[in-house]
Design a binder for this molecule. Structure first.
Ligand SMILES: Nc1ncnc2c1ncn2[C@@H]1O[C@H](COP(=O)(O)OP(=O)(O)OP(=O)(O)O)[C@@H](O)[C@H]1O
Ligand SMILES: [Mg+2]
Length: 209
């Protein structure tokens, strides 16, 4: 059965799709990875389509955007046939996102280091708690140090939210790789963006071990 990672956060533009794509690309080298896009915007689907045009140059990642009433059986089907299933969700917690959280071994909640992003994360973290699923905040577009970052980290800790130690900076490498249907580890393996994703992945593996 696949390890299921659901990326969720009610705040739009927090980096859910970027994170899902980059983790998938980083894991696809040695695992059977599937992406499930349940966001009606279908940005991840676009990314995967661009990727497909590169032929066999990149490791295969399977893709599904089955949602609605068929989502439950689709989750079961995809879990049975892969090592890792990464679910990208819309910027709201609807019935489908709830199901994706319920099915997850780990819920990742990306947020930019600002109070509104943290407030928006609360609903997702609470839902994960209700479903008894581990959730971790992932600071995205985070400066190495700033007053705002320290404040958000402090507030998250005070609220009892678990925050991943590894963060992602605001890097053109992520946006450039995405535009080419790649993860940073593929488009620029030596870049800081790639190193950040690999470090985050190692930490994730420790959490789900
Ligand atoms: N760390 C980063 N560095 C640079 N650009 C980033 C970073 N994270 C996200 N972006 C860019 O910010 C934009 C929003 O990211 P993304 O689409 O992943 O957010 P989202 O949470 O999926 O948004 P939505 O809620 O609309 O689905 C994209 O253009 C993406 O390339
Ligand atoms: Mg998205």
């Amino acid at each position: 059965m696949a390890l299921v990672i659901t990326v969720a956060q009610q705040k739009g533009g927090a980096g859910k799709t970027m994170l899902a794509a980059n983790l998938a690309a980083a894991m696809a080298t040695d695992r059977r990875v599937c992406l499930l896009d349940i966001d009606p915007q279908r940005s991840l689907k676009r990314w995967h389509e661009i990727r497909g045009k590169q032929g066999r140059a990149l490791p295969a990642i399977t893709f599904s955007d089955v949602s609605g009433w068929r989502l439950r059986t689709e989750l079961e089907r995809l879990m049975a046939g892969h090592d890792v299933l990464i679910v990208d969700t819309p910027p709201q917690v609807d019935t489908e996102a709830k199901l994706a959280i319920r099915s997850a071994h780990l819920v990742l909640v990306p947020l930019q280091p600002s109070p509104p992003d943290l407030w928006a994360a609360e609903g997702t973290v609470q839902l994960a708690r209700t479903e008894k699923r581990p959730a971790r905040l992932v600071l995205n577009r985070a400066p190495t140090s700033s007053k705002l970052r320290t404040t958000v980290e402090h507030d998250a800790e005070a609220a009892g939210y678990a925050v991943m130690a590894n963060t992602l900076g605001n890097r053109a490498g992520f946006a450039n790789a995405f535009a080419q249907g790649m993860g940073a580890v593929e488009a620029a393996p030596k870049s800081v963006a790639a190193q950040e994703i690999l470090a985050l992945l190692r930490e994730i593996e420790g959490v789900v071990a």
